[in-house]
Every structure is written in C-alpha cells, then in structure tokens.
Design a protein around this ligand. Sequence first.
Ligand SMILES: Cc1cc2nc3c(=O)[nH]c(=O)nc-3n(C[C@H](O)[C@H](O)[C@H](O)COP(=O)(O)O)c2cc1C
Length: 197
Amino acid sequence: MSEDKHIRLAVIVGSVREGRFGPTVAEWFTGQARQFDQFDVDVIDLADFAPKLPLTLTPELPTEAQEALGSLSPRLAEADAFVIITPEYNHSYPAGLKSVIDWHFTQWQAKPISFVTYGGMAGGLRAAEALRLVFAELHAITIRDTVSFHGGAYAFDDKGQPRDATGAASAAKVMLDQLTWWALALREAREKRPYKA
Ligand SMILES: Cc1cc2nc3c(=O)[nH]c(=O)nc-3n(C[C@H](O)[C@H](O)[C@H](O)COP(=O)(O)O)c2cc1C
C-alpha cells in the first residue's frame, strides 16, 4: 500500500463565459491550497475545454473535441481529489461544467469532490447541492463542508481577495482537511481493492 501522502488535487474552474468572475475565486483558492504541503495542484480551466465538446455524447468526435478530451481526460484520471469552483446559474450549475462531467465516468469514481461556490444571496450553494446528486450517480464522494461566497463579486475586494479573508481561509482549511482525509482513504482503498462500477 502506498505511503505517499501527496495528493494530486485537480481544481476545476467551472464557469466559462466571457467576462466571468470565476478566475478571481480560483486564483484565491489555489493560493490557499498551495499553502498545504500535501497538495500538487493542477488548475483545470474549463474555458479551455467545455466550448470544444459537443453537447451530445456522439461517437463521431470533431478533431478539436478529440484534442480537448485527449488533454483533459488524463488530467482528471490522474487526480486523487477534485475541488470544483462553480457559480450558481438559475439555482444550479453551469451547462459547460455539466457537459465536462458527462463526458467522463471512471475519472470520478471512488474519489472525493469538494466545492467552492459563489453567486448571489445563496452563495452558489444550490449549485453545490445539485452537483451532489450528479456525483452520487458517478460513484464519487462529495465533501460535507464547502467554501461559499455570498453577494457575488462584492464578496471580494479590488485586489481579488475575499473581504472576509479570515473567514474564507478558515472555511478553506476545514474543507481541505476533510478532502485530505477522504483523498488518502479512498486512494488506499482503490489500490487495495480496485473499485468496480
Ligand atoms: C445565467 C445566470 C444565471 C444566474 N442565476 C443565479 C441564481 O439562480 N442564483 C444566484 O444566486 N445567482 C445567479 N446568477 C449570478 C451568478 O452566480 C454570479 O453573477 C456569478 O458571479 C457568475 O459567475 P461567473 O461570472 O464566473 O460566470 C446567475 C448568473 C447568470 C449569468
């Protein structure tokens, strides 16, 4: 069994629209994650991939979709754990994020997934709750505690830092501690007994 305590953490930026706020949240969060020695952080910006994937799962893939999946899928497969950074769109998650989720299956299985959410009054939490149902179907484990930013862009100052920096950092630590436990436990379990779905 592996004694390696390093965790390959894929941070997925889920909003892909022009003028999006997501990268500000992602930059802050990856700065937090990189303060923890155990994480090798891979930032996966879905703006590089989601627009190239057909909305239906077709066997006749255009070349740019093949190239996108050829680059994206191995990075998802290599991850021990995921943090999904997502806004809330109409009480749920963005369509591009769902498309990328649907284009994959084994890459999510028996792995832990955390959420960093942002939006209006509800802080994007409805997107996280909707994603829990999706990932249950994909045999993934979603982590209880989230990091959520209420009030959209107003939760951040003009330097791209949360106005409640202490509260946000504390929430990130709680979430990353839980994610670490699950990432190590599930990796050991997958090594000992390959997960079959
Ligand atoms: C199509 C759309 C639908 C939205 N629906 C909601 C919503 O249901 N609840 C909410 O709190 N915020 C909602 N918002 C606000 C977004 O969560 C907020 O603007 C967020 O910063 C958008 O993230 P992005 O800029 O990274 O795309 C919506 C925004 C868009 C563009």
